[in-house]
Design a protein around this ligand. Structure first.
Ligand code: ATP
Ligand code: MG
Length: 500
């Protein structure tokens, strides 16, 4: 079938009249997909149920833009390359091949050139002018690639990405600068445009806030599996509804974003557990915990905690950073700790803390451990208790709101934004297609909550009286302080004072 480049969207056409490649994609089974593909809004998300046609629609959308805006620079990304190749690119290449006469690799009516290797694919798409470039790459660490300049992006399963990665990609959409825009306009008679397309499943993280709360220009097409029923067939859908737990069906088939079922800490309530910071009395014992990491996938996290007379733990400060070496982090930790003149220190001025046990692993080249490196800077770590299920349980117990409205754990929300954000979004691994859940938390944005677990276990182990006590039953300045704090590790001094 002869190839005809489609007319520009939003310039002289309306949705429905524009099917770019009728033999390639038929929208009759999914009219919402058609509306999404041709939506003239620049920032568009197709989000909700699984199997609802999101990836196919998003690929059609960028392919369409590539053809009507000659010289476009389009990024097609998903977090990891293996997923990108096995899902997104499968659908993209299927569409490209159909339009290119059977192959996505070989030159043809649509493809000028295809290049693959080093974990990426690049396609040059034929247009009425300069070819458009579609660069397909994993995005997990894309912020490290300098010089990325794009006119458009498609991020498939965007909820998998860190918010900062998404922000970075969005900020690189600067290709159509004034000069290129003027050139384009004079040549084709209409202006080029910046576009961003996201697909996502319901997720409680940043994408939910961005699409539902921040209202910053994103047009959202919410999907349910019903939207794609005609293409999937009744039997497949009915089988899923029958087999899978209700929470899962609500989220992944009905596209419900109101997700509480999967939260590891469902009792966490921002209004109860998040409080404004206040000066910490000098006699409250201090605790410090650390989880090492160096990339955005594994952040480097420190949490400072203090325990009041009733055994309630306050997370009073945090450090959550990426791409810093030990000496830099140590400097920041010392600065923050020094602000608290009541912090218990060794005679040499060193700082004591618990650390992720993995910090003891030796580096193959330096033969030193992360812990050795910290010790060089006067920060002395001992093993945190890394019994995950016990730790999760202890944190959950502390979050439990007692009949008097009090909990055993509070977070200074003005000082600990990362912990506040990630404790809310900490999820269990969802059940598989057979409805079996492994009972483990998802290893995603878990660095702050892991550190919290270490801290809570340290409090528990450092003081038998550290569990929350009934307020009525004890004298806050009585023998509790003596027994627990003065003997149990001499953490803190009873001389009053303003800290933090
Ligand atoms: N317009 C269409 N015509 C025919 N089949 C379609 C159409 N759109 C999607 N499909 C089919 O529906 C299925 C799901 O589509 P797609 O992969 O785009 O959904 P998704 O929402 O991205 O799913 P997932 O949750 O697996 O990422 C695929 O098998 C795809 O081929
Ligand atoms: Mg998909």
């Amino acid at each position: 079938m002869p190839y005809e480049a489609p007319a520009p969207v939003g310039v002289e056409a309306t949705p429905g009249t524009l099917a770019p490649t009728p033999p390639v994609l038929d929208f009759r089974g999914n009219p919402k997909q058609e509306e999404f593909v041709f939506c003239p809004d620049p920032w568009v998300a197709f989000a909700g149920a699984i199997r609802s046609g999101k990836t196919v629609g998003a690929c059609a959308r960028v392919l369409f833009h590539a053809q009507i805006y000659p010289g476009s620079r389009i990024l097609v990304g998903r977090k990891f390359f293996t997923d990108l190749e096995s899902t997104t690119l499968k659908e993209l290449f299927r569409l490209v091949a159909a339009q290119n006469g059977g192959s996505y690799r070989n030159p043809g009516p649509l493809v000028v050139r295809h290049q693959a290797g080093q974990g990426q694919h690049t396609l040059w798409i034929r247009t009425k002018g300069e070819p458009s470039e579609i660069s397909c790459r994993p995005c997990a660490e894309i912020q490290k690639q300098l010089g990325l300049e794009i006119s458009e992006y498609l991020l498939d399963q965007a909820e998998e990405l860190e918010e900062e990665v998404f922000n970075h990609i969005h900020s690189r959409c600067s290709y159509w600068n004034a000069e290129r825009t003027a050139k384009f306009k004079s040549r084709y008679g209409y202006p080029p445009r910046r576009w961003g397309t996201l697909t996502a499943n319901p997720d409680p993280g940043w994408i939910k806030s961005m699409l539902f709360e921040e209202n910053n220009g994103w047009r959202l097409f919410e999907t349910t599996i019903e939207d794609n029923r005609a293409n999937l067939g009744d039997e497949y859908i009915e089988d899923l509804y029958r087999r899978m737990p209700k929470d899962w069906c609500d989220r992944f088939l009905r596209g419900d974003w109101n997700i509480r079922g999967g939260a590891v800490y469902p009792e966490f309530n921002e209004d109860v557990h998040g409080i404004r910071s206040f000066p910490i009395p000098a006699h409250w014992p201090r605790f410090l915990a650390h989880d090492w990491g160096i990339s955005s996938r594994h952040r480097c996290v420190w949490l400072w905690g203090a325990v009041d007379e009733y055994g309630r733990l306050y997370i009073v400060d945090e450090l959550s950073v990426t791409d810093q070496i030990v000496s830099q982090v140590a400097g920041m930790v010392r600065d923050k700790t020094r602000m608290d003149r009541y912090w218990p220190v060794e005679s040499d001025g060193g700082i004591l803390c618990v650390m992720d046990p993995a910090t003891k692993q030796r580096h193959g080249v330096t033969n030193r451990t992360i812990r050795d490196e910290y010790a060089l800077h006067g920060i002395y770590g001992r093993d945190a208790n890394n019994d995950v299920s016990a730790g999760l349980n202890k944190v959950a117990e502390r979050l439990h709101i007692q009949p008097n409205g009090k909990a055993g754990l509070y977070i200074f929300k003005d000082r600990c934004p990362w912990l506040m954000k990630h404790i809310k979004t900490y999820q269990w691994i969802p059940p598989n297609a057979q409805g079996i859940a492994p009972g483990k938390p998802l290893k995603k944005n878990d660095d702050e909550v892991d550190t919290l677990r270490y801290l809570v276990m340290d409090v528990l182990e450092s003081s038998s009286a550290a569990a929350p006590k009934s307020e009525e039953s004890r004298d806050p300045y009585g023998d509790y302080i003596l027994k627990t704090f003065m003997q149990g590790g001499a953490r803190g001094r009873v001389d009053g004072g303003i800290i933090f």
